[in-house]
Design a binder for this molecule. Structure first.
Ligand SMILES: N[C@@H](CCC(=O)N[C@@H](CS)C(=O)NCC(=O)O)C(=O)O
Length: 218
């Protein structure tokens, strides 16, 4: 049975898993989940009641969450790309950077975007302001840390770059990189040029019209 990926082409954490799948040319059956459509949502909730994607089903083993999926793929398929480095210290650094991008860029960006979907009167301006501030601090940290690095951990592309690509792409839309973030800007351009991520972006293109864009976005 081919590995099944439950995902949505616009969903940023799904991009992280997709990049890993494409990096290692892992064959999979994409199952597009439309949470706004009852049958699609119910079918997905039957697989994973938490209702968050990405999720994979590999021979009946359900693995939710982008980082766990990447770890799972590296154990059960050939990790040609070296997304989870074999060297324990290098693997630790990849996980540290992966968590950093998830917590301080990706999840903050999600807060900003999800707030746009809330009904009037139920928005959280203070939470959004805090998320924006956190992203700006994270940009500064990345700017300093990336000065001599091609990828998040150095010369090798790892799971941390799978995390960084969607996080920086969408964060830059809602909280634009500043003039002082030249290194981060150049890193984002390298990520966009990486064939795995370029493919994810191409495939998402028809869905971009559903992104809740606002004046002031870049
Ligand atoms: N920590 C999870 C986060 C997953 C997540 O937040 N997924 C979003 C899409 S990017 C989702 O399922 N949103 C649907 C919802 O919350 O209803 C991961 O790394 O995969």
């Amino acid at each position: 049975m081919p590995l099944k990926l439950y995902y949505h082409p616009l969903a940023s954490f799904c991009w992280k898993a997709l990049i890993a799948l494409y990096e290692n040319a892992v064959p999979f059956e994409p199952i597009l989940v439309d949470l706004g459509e009852e049958r699609s949502r119910d079918a997905f909730l039957a697989v994973y009641p938490i209702g968050k994607f990405p999720v994979i089903n590999h021979d009946g083993r359900i693995v939710p969450g982008s980082a766990s999926i990447i770890e799972y793929l590296s154990l059960h398929f050939e990790d040609r790309a070296g997304l989870v480095p074999r060297d324990a210290e290098a693997a630790l650094e990849a996980r540290i950077q992966d968590r950093f991008y998830d917590a301080y860029v990706h999840e903050q960006m999600q807060k900003i975007v999800l707030d746009r979907l809330r009904p009037p009167g139920e928005t959280d301006p203070a939470g959004v302001a805090a998320a924006r501030a956190q992203i700006r601090t994270a940009y500064d940290v990345i700017e300093n840390g990336m000065a001599s690095r091609q990828w998040a951990c150095g010369d090798a592309f790892t799971m941390a770059d799978c995390a960084a690509a969607p996080a920086l792409f969408y964060a830059n839309k809602v909280e634009g990189l500043q003039a002082r973030h030249d290194t981060v800007k150049a890193y984002l351009e390298r990520l966009k040029a990486r064939p795995s991520f370029a493919r994810v972006l191409r495939e998402a293109e028809p869905y971009f019209k559903f992104f809740p864009a606002r004046d002031g976005d870049t």
